[in-house]
Design a protein around this ligand. Structure first.
Ligand SMILES: C[S@@+](CC[C@H](N)C(=O)[O-])C[C@H]1O[C@@H](n2cnc3c(N)ncnc32)[C@H](O)[C@@H]1O
Length: 303
């Protein structure tokens, strides 16, 4: 199936090409199969409001699966950074002038040395023209037990928020933390400040990777929800060029945004399609990600 079908469904974003096939197309959502670097070239410029994505981590080896053009399997870190640079360059082109790009990356430790991959990629994005608006620490309260005797247990990943311009769209009211009731202090009731801005340290539990319902490496929904609420207007378009099991697309649709998902794995996209069909038609408030959920999710202390 060629992209022209998606073009009909979504109305604006995609031009016809041979390098892409459409796995699913509706008015609100398109799923495209192919190498993100190639597929992105087929999207129209200035057509996306916000990208939220988690590319494959750098492993230096191929995984077993049906993905032909697998990013992450490059021989060197430099090649990996260059692969993500190609993606970042295309994202810059397809993103509206007021748009945003949220990139989640983990680092790799080799021979007792962290390689600094997230910041290497972030600087490559700056060279393209992306401006670093925030560096978010995703604190993962339950992490893999560290067996090393001479280094600390890693318990975080980075999430960069890049923008094209200083006037990027940002709906702060959509993400403010609700004000808490007054508390009892030494001199009576102390009024806590009104709704405040979340910090850049987010405590979010990782998804259960052994879940039989979703066998893929999954983004927690809460990690995606705040970026979408803050940086994509209602009715706008959210893109994930490494959509995997579809978390970004599912959350975007629940929040009444349009979604485009790209992946090189047909299996992943089939799984995503099922999730999309399940979520379609649900009211925006049902099964939402646990935004501001007190135990599982915390977007840092109030400032
Ligand atoms: C870390 S997973 C994304 C997980 C996703 N955030 C979720 O919630 O399920 C990375 C995805 O990138 C895909 N991938 C790897 N190389 C790719 C490429 N060159 N183009 C597009 N997708 C690719 C893999 O198939 C995998 O599904």
């Amino acid at each position: 199936m060629r992209v022209s079908r998606l073009q009909k469904g979504m109305g604006l974003t995609v031009i016809t090409s041979d390098v892409v096939s459409s796995v699913y197309a509706s008015r609100e959502c398109g799923l495209l199969l192919g190498d993100a670097r190639e597929v992105l070239r087929t999207l129209a410029e200035n057509s996306v409001d916000c990208t939220v994505t988690s590319p494959p981590y750098y492993s230096g080896r191929r995984h077993v699966g049906d993905t032909i053009h697998e990013i992450g399997s490059e021989k060197t870190v430099q090649e990996y950074v260059e692969a993500l640079e190609s993606v970042g360059r295309e994202l810059y082109r397809v993103t509206r002038p007021t748009g945003s790009y949220w990139l989640n990356l983990d680092d790799k430790c080799e021979r007792k040395e962290w390689l600094g991959i997230p910041w290497r990629v972030a600087f490559a994005m700056r060279e393209i023209g992306w401006k670093i608006r925030s560096e978010v620490i995703w604190h993962k309260p339950s992490h893999v037990r560290n067996v090393a005797k001479d280094r600390l247990t890693p318990a975080h990943e980075l999430l960069f928020h890049f923008v094209k311009s200083k006037d990027a769209y940002y709906d702060m009211d959509a993400i403010r933390k609700p004000s808490s009731p007054p508390t009892w202090g030494k001199n009576g009731f102390v009024k806590t400040p009104g709704a405040s801005v979340p910090t850049d340290v987010w405590t979010i539990q990782i998804e259960d990777s052994t879940s039989p319902e979703n066998p893929y490496a999954v983004f927690p929904e809460a990690l995606v929800e705040l970026p979408i609420r803050a940086t994509c207007p209602r009715g706008g378009t959210v893109l994930d060029p490494f959509v995997g099991s579809g978390t970004t697309a599912v959350v975007a649709l629940r929040l009444r945004r349009k979604a485009i998902g790209i992946d090189a794995s047909a299996d992943c996209l089939e799984f995503t399609k099922k999730r999309i069909l399940e979520v379609s038609g649900q009211p925006a408030t049902s099964r939402q990600a646990p935004f501001n959920h007190a135990v599982k999710v915390s977007y840092g202390r109030m400032r």
